[in-house]
Ligand binder design. Structure first.
Ligand code: GTP
Length: 598
């Protein structure tokens, strides 16, 4: 049957180890796209992805491969992102596969996200094919990497494929291994339809396009389907596969990865992780959905032009369809007007959402500094959830402020344990225990405030461990902390969107630090602008932005035209994303100064 000739697999790797390049080579070798059409990193369809060189959204593509056994196979290749913020995308694509190609850089070896992704693949019972990539590099050491894969991951690496995605070495061997090692999908073709939605996008003409993995039964145009979670029913208009352009087909059957359209206009009714079944002959139980991701970080998104509020709402609704972990609700700010409080998985996620909104929906936005959710015990016995620091009640009403803690497990070679502990301590971490996993690797466990984790913990962890630490954490509980709200005043006016919450012990230092950063960022005006930080009525830091000087280049006496042009350019760029607050022009970066520590 056709089913025995289907292979569904993903490529997983640490960031930059070469999975997009490998995917490109595979598409080329299978003639899925002609050389002429071939654009570097074809699967990274978003401009943003191409510019940043990172994969954000997963993409599924169908391709045909004629193997050495003379048979032609249909491969469904699902590309996955590498950054931790997007690990929910990884687990989504893995749930649609039977196998995974594990790409490890021959010079870098096993790194943090290699481990994290392998564990996700193992959780999904996937067959793993280890590939050691970049063997063309002079610094490549495939034997060392094999050892790491065996010792640190516990996979047999004796038959790992040695490859260079760049030079096109080992690509056929990888495809052969997909045929021989990855199991064909099973699933009863006669059973009622059961299909997993693993992604969806909104198309102006076709409505919602659902990306699905059919687990049981078949689906074809004209069928009446039901989304089990929402209960909504539709008639299928079209089914097909992406290759990588959409190609209609007569039906999708158990084992297939493809798309379904059904003139779905109501984007609220389709959610990723839901199960599709036959409305006339429904299956008894839905598939296990994906773990629902809870946003970790909240921030305010405001249009620089207040008239664009409705456009922003529509854009967020459309984006949410494509990005299940994004949440939003309306809020207002004295300084910024009407906008939305949005929930994100992390800072990169926040950054990407903002950029997608600006590019794909043509909006100009101000993002306020991210914050976690606080639980406030009030003196009158009540409790208040605070997602926005400026909503914190008056100090006189507060009995205690509780902040979310995470249980963090940091896996690191033992040489770096000292550095990890030093960092965790500095971030108010509470040491739990430390386990040796083998001769080299240690699992260090801490309870750490989430607010410390989301800001720069991961970056600091990476830099202090040469990228070897892998971090995994789960929210555990709220604990009381000595927290205070710090307000920022510009020209003696409180700017609610700049308020933040910090530990009392660090409050004054943070206040001083932020006022001096703001002084550098906010452009001069024709009057002096005082910048102050305050806790309640008490001013804890102050500085002044001196009055205006006309041309920033005036003081450069050397006639270096390059330098002058650069400065003027910088000044022009600085004009973007400004918001007038009272009489002061505040650039976007100002709202992010709160994030920077020391
Ligand atoms: P993300 O999508 O950001 O997670 O990265 P990725 O894993 O997809 O990496 P990508 O394919 O973008 O490759 C990262 C860099 O490594 C690029 O500059 C590639 O040109 C380079 N690269 C990929 N494969 C090879 C290889 O076999 N040899 C050499 N020398 N460079 C390679």
């Amino acid at each position: 049957a056709r089913q025995s000739h289907i292979r569904n697999f993903s490529i997983v790797a640490h960031i930059d180890h070469g999975k997009s390049t490998l995917a490109d080579r595979i598409l080329e070798l299978t003639d899925t796209v002609s050389k002429r059409e071939m654009q570097a990193q074809l699967l990274d369809t978003m401009d943003l992805e191409r510019e940043r060189g990172i994969t954000i959204k997963l993409n599924a593509v169908a391709l045909n491969y004629t193997a050495e056994d003379g048979e032609t196979y249909t491969f469904h290749l699902i590309d996955t992102p590498g950054h931790v913020d997007f690990s929910y995308e990884v687990s989504r694509s893995l749930a649609a596969c039977e196998g995974a190609i594990l790409v490890v850089d021959a010079a870098q070896g096993v790194e943090a996200q290699t481990l994290a992704n392998v564990y996700l693949a193992l959780d999904n019972d996937l067959e793993i094919i280890p590939v050691i990539n970049k063997i063309d590099l002079p610094s490549a050491d495939p034997e060392m990497v094999k050892g790491q894969i065996e010792n640190q991951i516990g996979l047999d690496a004796s038959d790992a494929v040695l490859a260079s995605a760049k030079a096109g070495i080992g690509i056929e061997e990888i495809l052969e291994r997909v045929v021989t090692d990855v199991p064909a999908p099973d699933g009863d073709l006669e059973a009622p339809l059961k299909a997993l939605i693993f992604d969806s996008i909104y198309d102006e003409y076709r409505g919602v396009v659902l990306s699905v993995r059919v687990k049981e039964g078949t689906v074809k145009p004209g069928d009446k389907i039901r989304l089990m979670n929402s209960g909504a029913e539709y008639e299928v208009v079209e089914v097909g596969v992406n290759s990588p352009k959409p190609i209609k087909s007569e039906l999708l059957m158990a084992g297939d990865v493809g798309y379904i359209t059904a003139s779905i206009k109501d984007i609220q009714e389709t959610s990723v992780g839901d199960t599709i079944t036959d409305a006339n002959n429904p299956t008894d139980a839905p598939l296990d959905g994906y773990r629902k991701m809870t946003p970790m970080v909240y921030s305010g998104l405001y249009p620089t032009d207040n008239a664009k509020f409705v456009d922003l709402r529509e854009a967020l609704e459309k984006l949410q369809l494509n990005d299940a972990s994004l949440t939003f609700e309306p809020e207002s700010s004295t300084a910024l007007g009407f906008g939305f409080r949005c929930g994100f998985l992390g800072l990169l996620h926040m950054d990407v959402v903002q950029e997608r909104l600006e590019r794909e929906f043509n909006l100009d936005l101000i993002t306020t500094a991210p914050s976690v959710t606080y639980k406030v015990d009030l003196n009158d016995g009540g409790e208040k959830i605070v997602e926005n620091p400026s909503d914190l009640p008056d100090a006189s009403e507060i009995k205690a402020i509780n902040e979310p803690y995470v249980f963090a497990q940091i896996i690191v070679p033992n040489d770096y344990v000292g550095a990890v502990m030093e960092l965790a301590q500095r971030k108010r971490g509470i040491f739990e225990t430390m386990d040796y996993l083998d001769d080299i690797r240690v699992n260090v466990k801490y309870h750490i405030p989430l607010s410390e984790i989301i800001f720069d913990f991961f970056d600091k962890l990476k830099s202090s461990t040469k990228g070897y630490a892998s971090l995994d954490y789960e929210i555990e509980e709220y604990r009381p902390s000595e927290l205070v709200k710090i307000d920022i005043l510009l020209n003696s006016e409180k700017v609610d969107a700049l308020s933040f919450i910090a530990h009392r012990e660090f409050a004054e230092a943070r206040g001083r630090d932020i006022t001096s950063r703001l002084k550098k960022i906010i452009p001069r005006s024709n009057f002096e602008i005082p910048v102050q930080a305050a806790i309640g009525a008490k001013i804890i830091a102050r500085t002044n932005i001196k009055a205006y000087r006309k041309d920033v280049t005036a003081k450069i006496h050397t006639g270096d035209p390059d330098r002058r042009a650069k400065l003027l350019d910088k000044q022009k760029k600085g004009k973007k994303r400004m918001k007038s607050i009272g009489t002061v022009e505040v650039p976007q970066e100002a709202f992010m100064t709160v994030l920077q520590t020391g």
